[in-house]
Design a protein around this ligand. Sequence first.
Ligand code: PAF
Length: 288
Amino acid sequence: MQIIQTASELRNALKRQDNIAFVPTMGNLHAGHIHLVKLAKQHASCVVASIFVNPLQFSPSEDLANYPRTLEADCEKLAAAGCDIVFTPSVAEIYPHEQTMTIDPPSIANVLCGTTRLSHFAGVATVVMKLFNIVFYNTVQPNVAVFGKKDFQQLFIIKEMVRQFNLPIEIIAGETVRDANGLALSSRNGYLTDVQRAAASQLNSVLQGIVNQIKNGYKDFVQLELQAAAQLTSQGWEVDYISIRSSTTLQPASALDKNLIVLGAAKITNKTSGKTRLIDNIELCITD
Ligand code: PAF
């Protein structure tokens, strides 16, 4: 596996590649990321992963400085998973000048995670566009990029960006990988002690509870959202949102929608007595 730090070296290395599958990450890789790399391998002859903690998608109050950076271990995991090239640019390589132009995502970026993480998705879309322009610069199509379903709103916005900007890239969605208790794997789980980690699976249990009730024919979605939020609050969580939406449009679900997604974001107390914000979602399809 080649490790490349600059855009020009990467463009050179990828010259005239037949097809590329790209997996953008912020590093601190876990089994969820490795699943995406393996999925990428099924779609292309050359798999490129990037590791870049993108300052543009963190607000000043967020964990940019403390975000776990584990480059050596990450490279070992990527090599073992069969990744061909890992791109590990510096901040100056990606942002050599002040980034005064950004991608303005659609209004769906202002709900769910966008309510508390203002301009987060503009930062994500901007860096992903820049990375696409570097990785796919010289390539022969078809090109593929792989994103995880755990960040469903991010996946939705990236698909919209690709569609609305006519980017010649197919977006593939990878399933969420969970631990034995159902907790979705996330780099931020590293902030939790073992006890907190076990409690963190309550978020998934609550979402699963909603899914079960909908499958049993319960249609008062607002009531389900309120009950679930109250349950998490009583377990000591600080709830950002619990929301039942259409998985096709990401708009609040109506009783007529068949393809649904139940999403949640909430904060749990972590080992440094701060709060760790976790997100999760479960898709479901209603058949009559
Ligand atoms: O999902 C992530 O890890 C990041 O948001 C991404 C897509 C790599 C952009 O920085």
